[in-house]
Design a protein around this ligand. Structure first.
Ligand code: MLT
Length: 405
């Protein structure tokens, strides 16, 4: 028996697991200290009442033999597919067939699993810094090559996103096959405008490449010319797969629901990727629970929409508190406008893990070191707006107090 040796190439622990371990060790050694967690992008507001009500009702249906349900349809119940299609697409002028939408347990799984349908010899392009799932899953499957001294994988095409290019990747100067884009971006919190995204769609169509577009943070968009879906861009249906999530939109990080769109027009060598993803999901995934899908449907009800906007407004306010607070005490800050993330330059070019240790040990504030998202994240740091307002204010006050000295 031989193991998949690709697993030996990556760090044994996932970024957010590493951080959790460090925080746990610190808490054990300092049980009296009050830690404020603004590291992983996990929500703190309870679910919208409309979702809770829908879940209670669904639980009651499961308790009655007349309304009990077994396995869900592989790709989602029609009631949820219809709600997604109407609200997230038709309302934005995008025509999709329900068979192009695949309900799942979230964008993390789907962006990680999508590699199953692509050949191992494809050239992958990723932004740097980037959500670690895109890189780690390509390493696991054997598509990355070897890691060099700079921490870069030999077969991955890196697109640095730094202050110098306003955190927007440059169009590759060579052919690439698979392009991961995430906008509004995790971790930088920066959006992409429609005209910029159009350049990517044109590149992908010209090169015969596929764009894997992660729009998990789309609900945070406030600016007009920032697209909520890549299919707002002409030509995207022939080159892009889109991933969306209820985690950040509706606080489903613990409930688990998202969806992926694979248009029928997306074909390579005459084969529709839609059919391949359908086959993959039907084989390796058994669908999302009825109770969860009813909760997701309620996100689109009139009440649900209103309640979710209130929750989003709460997090947006936190993002402003962090952004303004840090800016006022001299930090260079980015993001926060169309995103729950604030991306900051570490003071005096401090290494991002050193800054992590300083915030944890001196101020008991947890954030995420930029380097954890890739080599170009070195010297940067991410804070999330998903804490409570009380804790966010406290964390900002602690940082201001320390760095004003
Ligand atoms: C993050 O903190 O980057 C996100 O919470 C990760 C995720 O959504 O899986």
């Amino acid at each position: 028996m031989n193991i998949n040796e690709n697993f030996l190439k990556i760090e044994s622990s996932y970024l957010f697991s590493n951080i959790a371990k460090k925080v746990k060790a610190y808490t054990k050694a300092n049980p009296d200290k009050e830690i404020i967690r603004l590291g992983i992008g996990d929500v703190t507001r309870p679910l919208a009442p409309a979702c809770i009500e829908a879940m209670h009702k669904a639980v009651d249906e499961m308790a009655d033999e007349k309304t009990f349900r077994g396995y869900p349809p592989e790709y989602g119940y029609d009631f949820l597919l219809n709600a997604i299609n109407e609200n997230d697409y038709k309302a934005r002028g995008i025509e999709l067939d329900n068979s192009e939408i695949f309900v799942s347990d979230g964008a993390k799984s789907d962006t990680g699993n999508i590699g199953d349908i692509f050949s191992l010899d494809n050239k992958v392009a990723i932004c740097d810094p980037v959500y670690p799932v895109y890189v780690d899953t390509n390493v696991m499957s054997g598509r990355s090559g070897e890691k060099n001294a700079e921490g870069k994988w030999s077969n991955i095409y890196y697109m640095p996103c730094t202050a110098e290019n306003n955190f927007l990747p440059l169009i590759p100067t060579q052919h690439v096959d698979i392009i991961y884009l995430c906008f509004p971006n995790n971790p930088t919190g920066m959006p992409i405008k429609k005209e910029e995204l159009k350049k990517w769609v044109d590149y992908a169509n010209r090169e015969g490449a596929v764009i894997l577009y992660d729009a998990a943070y789309e609900a945070f968009i406030t600016e007009d010319d920032v697209p909520h879906s890549i299919y707002e861009i002409e030509g995207a249906k022939t080159c892009a797969i889109e991933f969306k999530s209820f985690s950040k939109t509706a606080g489903f990080t613990g409930v688990r629901c998202g969806y992926t769109v694979v248009p029928h027009d997306l074909k390579f060598g005459g084969t529709e990727l839609n059919g391949m993803w359908a086959r993959r999901q039907a084989t390796k995934f058994n669908g999302v629970s009825y109770i969860t899908q009813r909760a997701a449907e309620a996100v689109y009800s009139d009440e649900g929409k209103k309640q979710i906007q209130e929750i989003l407004a709460y997090y947006r306010k936190n993002a402003k508190i962090i952004y303004n607070g840090l800016r006022d005490c001299g930090f260079t800050v980015y993001g926060a406008v169309d995103s729950p993330y604030v991306w900051l330059k570490t003071p005096d070019n401090m290494k991002s893990w050193d800054f992590f240790d300083l915030l944890l040990e001196k101020l008991q504030v947890v954030g995420t070191p930029g380097e954890g998202f890739g080599p170009a994240g070195e010297g940067y740091f991410r804070l999330t707006a998903f804490g409570t307002t009380e804790n966010t204010e406290k964390a900002v006050a602690r940082i201001k107090n320390y760095f004003a000295k």
